[in-house]
Design a protein around this ligand. Structure first.
Ligand code: PBG
Length: 329
């Protein structure tokens, strides 16, 4: 209508103009790098479905952490691959557990003070059956018990906070776990440890490569009785309502790219700090396209992260954190 008075292209003419009017920016401090800690020493084992991502022993994790700190990243999200698993997942709250040990080592290194250490809290990496909670069997049928799982998850959260986690992040999707974790943290003298709830976590095919990375594929059944149905946005808002009411300090949404509308809806409705997790399958599919030369590596990576920011995420958990940090540096 207003053409030629209004010419949108005027502000796109040079990079300087484009930069001046840019609405959304990425910053290394808003990127969180996931680490998969395994037993041993000098271990750095690439995950076959996630090129560029490794299972690392504690000593190697310290090196990764130093690289993240040097890039100015915001923090680390820690997962553990215990030496042994059992039916209950006792490794999740063991004082000498794999993530507890890593946390103590990370916290002993003052050069890493700029990194926020976030401990993922779940049982699936520690249980022999690979489910996120306690399995009750009845003949051929099984179910994942909610309340008994919550008690164990709260114990794991307290143990991780005592070992030095700056934030605990429950990813199990049991009902009532935020309240139970808050109580367990307070009872352990960790009133100041925030809970970042994976408030809306969908049952997603995009977690596939993670299950190789964390060796946590369910041995039977699937996670659909506790993770959310991918069709539901309103239910996601109710999940978040619950977690906020139970005392969550921060929210994490996942996956990210297939659920940008859910991130946007959460951003508009809640004032809590809001993060999004660009999960393993999102990373792997982009890597696969880069390897074939089908997508331009740097541009597609940055565009994927920008889209998640634009949808409303304050911070992003991503396996690209170090690569993106280098681009932004
Ligand atoms: C543990 C957990 C999972 C992820 C984060 N925490 C796996 C799952 O629910 O199966 C997935 C992360 C990713 O795919 O990168 N409950």
């Amino acid at each position: 209508m207003n053409f030629p008075v209004t010419r949108m292209r005027r502000l796109r003419r040079t990079e300087a103009l484009r930069s001046l009017v840019r609405e959304t920016r990425l910053h290394p401090g808003a990127l969180i790098y996931p680490l998969f800690i395994c037993p041993g020493e000098g271990v750095r084992r690439e995950i076959s479905s996630m090129p560029g991502v490794f299972n690392v022993s504690v000593d190697e994790a310290l090196k990764e952490a130093e690289a993240c700190a040097a890039l100015g990243l915001g923090g680390l999200l820690l997962f553990g691959l215990p030496a042994e698993k059992d039916e209950q997942g006792t490794g999740a709250w063991a004082e000498d557990g794999i993530v507890q040990t890593a946390l103590r080592a990370l916290k002993a290194n003052r050069r890493l003070d700029s990194l926020v250490t976030i401990a993922d809290v779940c049982l699936c990496e520690y249980t022999s059956h690979g489910h996120c909670g306690v399995v009750a069997r009845d003949g051929e049928h099984y179910s994942i018990e909610n309340d008994s799982s919550v008690a164990l998850i709260a114990k794991a959260a307290a143990s991780l906070a005592v070992a030095g986690a700056d934030i605990v992040a429950p990813s199990d999707m049991m009902d009532g776990r935020v309240e139970a974790i808050r109580a367990a943290l307070d009872a352990a003298g960790k009133q100041d440890t925030p809970v970042m709830s994976y408030a809306s976590k969908f049952a997603s095919a995009f977690y596939g490569p993670f299950r190789e990375a964390a060796d946590s594929t369910p041995q039977f059944g699937d996670r659909r009785s506790y993770q959310m149905d991918g069709a539901n946005v309103r239910e996601a808002m109710r999940e978040i309502d619950q977690d906020v009411a139970e005392g969550a300090d921060m929210l994490l949404m996942k996956p990210a790219m297939p659920y940008l509308d859910v991130i946007r809806a959460a951003r508009e409705r809640y004032d809590l700090p809001l993060g999004a997790y660009q999960v393993s399958g999102e990373y792997s599919m982009l890597q696969a396209a880069f390897a074939r030369g089908w997508l331009e590596r740097e541009r597609a990576m940055m565009e994927s992260l920008l889209g998640i920011r634009r949808a409303g995420a304050d911070f992003i958990v991503t396996y690209f954190a170090q690569d993106a940090g280098r681009v932004l540096g």
